[in-house]
Design a binder for this molecule. Structure first.
Ligand code: HEM
Length: 445
């Protein structure tokens, strides 16, 4: 009983003990939700990757996101509807189109950076999420006015905050009941709906008047697709909300980790920034890749087993047979464990050392390194996620800035579905003094 309570609280707020590969736990029953089977061996990870969309259903594994994102979100769909949603969303989020958006990202970073470099410590998590919300608000909905972004940000903050940890992982709260967290979440969702529909309706009007109207590419693709695929406005709403919610939370988290490591490993960051200023982008990209290896914002990728294929699934992932015994007929929620895979000592030498160098020397297979998920469900916004990280780090490098942070201990905490450096990480950016020549010569250092 005591250990169940301890595990539950750890899972909800301080999940670090589940990350470890030493003496690892292979399953966990989360009361009110699911039995989780943790997959961390390359062979099994590869098998789950290949069968995701068939034996392992990504959409049904994400039902806990349904309350905010909506039942037609790309996150919650499987099979043909999922493929259709990806066909619509992927082209406007491509690598090429994301590069064209870079000047807008740079302008927003330039406007927000002074807030990070004031003469006092600020909450780095909030700064990172707000910056990302500004970028995505413009990119997804075409919003620019500060009042519009602020309103949207406040509503998303309330749905993804620390209370959401309990709501997400307890299906009892998913229903809209009076005076419960579920009822409050439903109220917030109605407010988000109002904001989103106030963008969709005029956008469709301008598209009707002029099919070449200057609309954000994702919004345009969703409005165009309506005629061909015959979906309702709810589909457009659910997918716009999904891009905003998924993008601002994960990218905000990845930025917070980047700033955490820049403040913790100041020597490495300074060396890599110097290489960047000399025109070599690789070291700073390796820094970004190592941040995403060490602390992937999303630590597990939940997959529901197709009810027809439970016994087949059991033979594909034998290492978690105990989870099957505990879970009953429908089987456990199968969870490729990104954090564990990224810290597997058989693959990464000294996995608990922050060492961007490893990404300058080796490339990694998809079952060894997958911060953006895998296979058919790989993150559709990953080019934007990487670009925003690169531009923030690059801007700090260009301006010769370093990070100071208040807490330097690695103590990850959960904020809804993502894992953050702390509940409240305070710090600031400051103008770095020129370092001694010897420290700066080579990024390989
Ligand atoms: C560094 C930033 C980001 C990280 C680390 C990240 C990570 C992830 C992960 C792990 C998944 C789940 C993949 C799976 O189940 O296998 C995912 C899915 C998704 N992400 Fe991201 N993401 C980031 C940025 C973004 C951005 C900027 C957007 C939107 C513009 C976005 C939109 C989505 C969507 C819509 C999905 C669902 C894809 C599907 O189920 O087919 N993400 N992301």
């Amino acid at each position: 009983m005591l250990s169940t309570v301890r595990d539950y609280i750890a899972w909800l707020y301080w999940p670090r003990r589940f990350f470890s590969m030493r003496g690892k736990q292979s399953w966990l029953k989360v009361p009110g939700w699911e039995t989780l089977a943790f997959i961390d061996q390359p062979g099994e990870l590869e098998a789950v990757r290949k069968q995701t969309g068939d034996m392992f259903l990504g959409g049904q594994g994400n039902t806990f996101l349904g309350m905010v994102l909506g039942s037609q979100s790309v996150f919650l769909l499987d099979h043909d509807r999922h493929k259709m949603a990806r066909r619509i969303l992927a082209p406007p989020l491509s690598h090429t189109l994301s590069r064209q958006f870079q000047p807008v990202i740079d302008d927003i970073i330039a406007e927000e950076l002074p807030k990070l470099s004031v003469n006092r410590n600020i909450n780095i998590g909030t700064w990172s999420r707000y910056l990302t919300m500004r970028i995505l608000g413009k990119m997804v909905l075409g919003l620019e006015r500060k009042e519009d972004i602020d309103r949207l940000f406040r509503k998303f903050e309330a749905t993804t905050g620390l209370l959401a940890n309990i709501v997400s992982y307890c299906s009892y709260f998913w229903e809209d009941r009076r005076l419960t967290p579920g009822g409050y979440a439903a109220y917030l969702v109605r407010q988000i709906d109002r904001e989103i529909y106030s963008v969709i309706h005029p956008a469709r009007e301008s598209y009707r008047d002029n099919p070449e109207a200057d609309l954000p590419p994702v919004l345009l693709a969703l409005i165009r697709g309506q005629k061909e695929y015959q979906y309702d406005d709810g589909f457009i709403r659910d997918n716009l909300v999904s891009l905003l919610a998924a993008g601002y939370d994960t990218t905000g988290c990845a930025l917070s980790w980047s700033l955490f490591w820049a403040g913790k490993e100041t020597g490495i960051f300074a060396r890599f920034c110097r290489a960047w200023r000399k025109g070599d982008e690789k070291p700073l990209k390796a820094f970004r890749d190592e941040v995403l290896r060490y602390c992937p914002p999303v630590e597990i990728l939940p997959r529901r087993i197709d009810p027809e294929k439970v016994s087949e699934a059991r033979s594909v992932i034998p290492s978690v047979s105990e989870a099957f015994n505990q879970a009953g007929e429908q089987g456990p929620m199968v969870c490729p464990f990104v954090h564990r895979a990224h810290h597997n000592p058989d693959i990464y030498q000294n996995p608990d050392r922050f060492d961007p160098q490893r990404f300058l020397q080796h490339s990694h297979r998809v079952q060894e390194y997958f911060p953006f998920g895998t296979g058919r469900r790989i993150c559709v916004g990953m080019h934007y996620g990487k670009l925003i990280m690169d531009r923030v780090l690059g801007t700090l490098a260009d301006r010769n800035m370093a990070m100071k942070i208040r807490k330097r201990r690695f103590q990850p905490v959960r904020r809804n579905v993502s894992i953050w450096p702390a509940f409240f990480l305070y710090g600031r950016a400051w103008k770095d003094k020129e370092r001694k020549q010897g420290e700066c010569q080579s990024p390989a250092g």
